[in-house]
Design a protein around this ligand. Structure first.
Ligand code: TRP
Length: 451
């Protein structure tokens, strides 16, 4: 079954696809608004530390489970543990894929709508105070428009995933990632050349530790996970399309470096503009859809940069969304013998339907309204980012330590690596620390839930 598995065409193709998965709404939408609310530079420092201490080891664990077994997460855990209950960690991953993609795609739809708005010259009307916020509010509550754009977004995901690993994911990532980098460079250039940009740079890079609160630390930990696409088997799945001779360490370093670099660039582009135009960085989730649209009309070339910015956000979201759909697809191909087309169409349609409920929940049709104030969309977001992903990631680290074994894991990363020095003890310590850190995030979220 695994001998005719499709593989990536080249190392660069794999790195771009995996970086495409990692770089998404997490980098350009979530990171800036969280940093804005939780102390800017201090938050950034904690986030960078977490990437090194937790993100990198778990990324290596996922890639090596995938490459070793050449299977999806369920098959991978199952094969390495002799079909034990560890396969449930794989199932948790597949379930997380449904949960994440159904709200992620709704936001993906918003990015298309805003790109269209900017292209058709409608951003001018956002220059009036409050106009951008009122517009955004009315738009997300509308029962038809955001649903339509969400379906367009899901349709694109299905279209790309249906083409397969090389002709779909890899080919599109090789086009879209350079486009993303190019646009980002332009936006950073626009940002830092605005009068008063320095205040934004100081906010992002010169830490005032007093501004960082405990919830900021937990968020930074959780985010270091989300941003590299860990905890649900995405990187197991992408690793399973690697050949044995590939260098896992080098690839992992590239993925993490690109992801971090792009998050920081997005932070620079956004906060230079926010500070130069005297806005509040602590706006929260509306930072991108409310504050930025109200800034663009006041900036030279604003309409043009607005279109570029939202197209950038769309591209980033698309290459991440496909990596989530691929987890479900790979599972049904490997374990159930389905054809790729049948798997993508079926699950694309199911996820799209859940997403419709998520989108409607922002307006008058929240399926949860009889029981709680929380919208269904928020529930999907919170359940996955706060509980399912950290749990999946922690169990992956514990799996390496207690079931697969550090020796086997070490052999796997060593094969193909140009240099590799770490001995068993050092790896064990790194993984124990990573597991404890994630256990801490998970526990603090649980405590917060019951308080
Ligand atoms: N990493 C992506 C982002 O930053 C989102 C994402 C894609 C993801 N695949 C994932 C998050 C798997 C967690 C798990 O937006």
């Amino acid at each position: 079954m695994t001998s005719n598995r499709e593989h990536w065409g080249s190392r660069a193709g794999f790195i771009l696809a995996a970086a495409g998965s990692a770089v998404g709404l997490g980098n350009i939408w979530k990171y800036p608004h969280m940093a804005g609310q939780h102390g800017g530079a201090a938050f950034t420092m904690v986030y960078l530390l977490c990437i090194l201490v937790v993100g990198l080891p778990i990324l290596l664990a996922e890639l090596s489970i995938g490459r070793r077994t050449q299977l999806n997460p369920v098959g991978g855990f199952s094969l390495l543990s002799n079909n034990s209950n560890w396969k449930w960690v794989g199932f948790l991953g597949v379930a997380s894929a449904f949960t994440i993609l159904s709200f992620y795609s709704v936001v993906g739809g918003w990015t298309i709508k805003y790109t269209v708005l900017a292209l058709t010259g409608s951003f001018g009307k956002f220059s009036a105070t409050g106009a951008a916020g009122d517009f955004f509010d009315a738009f997300v509550k509308n029962p038809v428009e955001p649903v339509f754009w969400h379906l367009v977004f899901m349709g694109l995901c299905v279209f790309i995933i249906d083409r397969g690993v090389k002709a779909g994911i890899e080919r599109w990532s090789k086009v879209l990632m350079p486009v993303l980098l190019g646009i980002l460079v332009l936006l950073v250039f626009r940002g830092v050349t605005l009068d008063g940009a320095g205040a934004g740079l100081r906010f992002l890079f010169s830490p005032k530790w007093g501004d960082l609160d405990a919830s900021g630390v937990v968020l930074a930990l959780g985010h270091s996970f989300f941003t590299i696409s860990l905890g649900m088997g995405t990187m197991i799945t992408y690793g399973s399309y690697l050949r044995r001779e590939s260098d896992l360490i080098q690839s992992a370093l590239w993925i993490v470096a690109l992801d971090t670099f792009i998050a920081l660039m997005a932070g620079i582009a956004i906060f230079t503009a926010v500070f130069a135009l005297g806005q509040n960085p602590a706006e929260g989730p509306g930072l991108i859809f409310v504050v930025l649209p109200s800034l663009f009309p006041h900036m030279p070339g604003g309409q043009f940069f607005a279109a570029l910015f939202f197209f950038l956000l769309f591209v980033a979201a698309l290459t991440s969304a496909i990596s989530i759909l691929e987890v479900v697809t790979a599972y049904f191909i490997d374990e159930k013998g389905w054809s790729r087309t049948r798997a993508t169409n079926t699950f694309g349609a199911i996820i799209a339907s859940i997403g419709v409920l998520a989108s409607l929940s922002n307006g008058n049709y929240n399926v949860l309204s009889p029981v709680t104030d929380l919208t269904f969309m928020d529930l999907l977001d919170k359940a996955s980012s706060k509980y399912m992903l950290p749990l999946g990631g922690m169990l992956t680290a514990v799996f390496v330590l207690t079931r697969w074994g550090v020796d086997h894991f070490r052999d796997e990363i060593k094969s193909g690596a140009k240099w590799f020095q770490l001995n068993k003890q050092v790896i064990t310590i790194i993984f124990v620390i990573a597991s404890l850190v994630v256990a801490y995030i998970f526990a603090s979220e649980l405590v917060a839930l019951f308080r």
